[in-house]
Every structure is written in structure tokens, then in C-alpha cells.
Design a protein around this ligand. Structure first.
Ligand code: SF4
Ligand code: SF4
Length: 137
């Protein structure tokens, strides 16, 4: 007879607290934000710009698609002060933060990210199901 081992529950199975206070800190450092073709259309529509203007001024084309440009200070091109100018149309990568696989890998990784993001461990409780629904794998 085989013994079927159950997978252990993830450490965040009781949920996690997170509330974005829109401080813009996560948008200021160096980083790569991927943009899908659908997101490219949605952002162009949100900014009321033709797609070729959006691509020329705000995006960089690379082997696997588009990424957002960085400003000279390494901040995201969509950041104006502390505010994301495309917040309602921001890409999935931004929308799913901080529920990324590498940040949810362990409690230590989550706590370490909290030193960068003041929204972690504050505000409302996200259930396990909501976190999995938001998660960027
Ligand atoms: S660092 Fe955290 S709280 Fe600040 S904008 Fe980014 S996600 Fe929101
Ligand atoms: S698109 Fe908006 S939320 Fe995403 S990194 Fe740029 S400024 Fe931040």
C-alpha cells in the first residue's frame, strides 16, 4: 500500500496583510517591468496616446516583448513624484506585487521585502485564496 503524503500548507495559509499606500518606493529602484501586448493597448488607451507614441516614448522593445523604460535616476518612466500615472491600468507585474512567488517563498523573504515596502503587514487581510488569485508565478 502506498502512503499518500499531503503537501504541507504554505506558511501564509492564514492570509497576509497588505495595503498599498502609493508611496512609489517600489517604482524608484532599478527593475524590469514587462508589458504584454494587451497591456500595451490598455495603457495607450488609458493615456489617450496612439500605441506607436507609447512605444516610442515609454517602452523598450526587447527579445521577449516590451518593458517600461527607466528614467535617468532609474525610476520607472510612469512615476510622477510618488504617483504612478497609469495606476488603474498598471501592468500585471505591478498589480500582483507583493504576491510574487519569490517574495512568498518564505516568511523571511516576506519580512525582508517589508523593509522595502511599507504596505506589507499593514491594512486589510488578504485570504490565502485571494493571494493565490493575485500571485505572479
Ligand atoms: S512600496 Fe509598497 S506601499 Fe509603496 S507603492 Fe510600492 S507597493 Fe505600494
Ligand atoms: S507602472 Fe506604475 S506601478 Fe508599475 S513600476 Fe511603473 S510607476 Fe510603479
Amino acid at each position: 500500500m502506498h502512503c499518500i503524503k499531503q503537501k504541507p500548507e504554505p506558511w501564509y495559509s492564514d492570509g497576509l496583510r497588505f495595503e498599498c499606500i502609493q508611496c512609489g518606493r517600489c517604482c524608484r529602484g532599478p527593475g524590469i517591468v514587462w508589458i504584454s501586448p494587451e497591456e500595451c493597448s490598455a495603457i495607450a488607451e488609458f493615456l489617450a496616446l496612439p500605441q506607436d507614441v507609447l512605444i516610442g516614448e515609454y517602452l523598450l522593445e526587447c527579445e521577449h516583448g516590451f518593458v517600461l523604460r527607466d528614467r535617468l535616476d532609474m525610476g520607472c518612466v510612469m512615476l510622477d513624484g510618488d504617483r504612478c500615472i497609469i495606476y488603474p491600468a498598471r501592468p500585471l507585474q505591478c498589480r500582483s506585487y507583493p504576491f510574487w512567488a519569490e517574495i512568498l517563498e518564505s516568511r523571511d523573504a516576506w519580512l525582508s521585502e517589508a523593509s522595502r515596502c511599507p504596505g506589507i503587514n499593514r491594512g486589510r487581510l488578504w485570504s490565502f485564496r485571494e493571494i493565490r488569485g493575485r500571485m505572479l508565478k
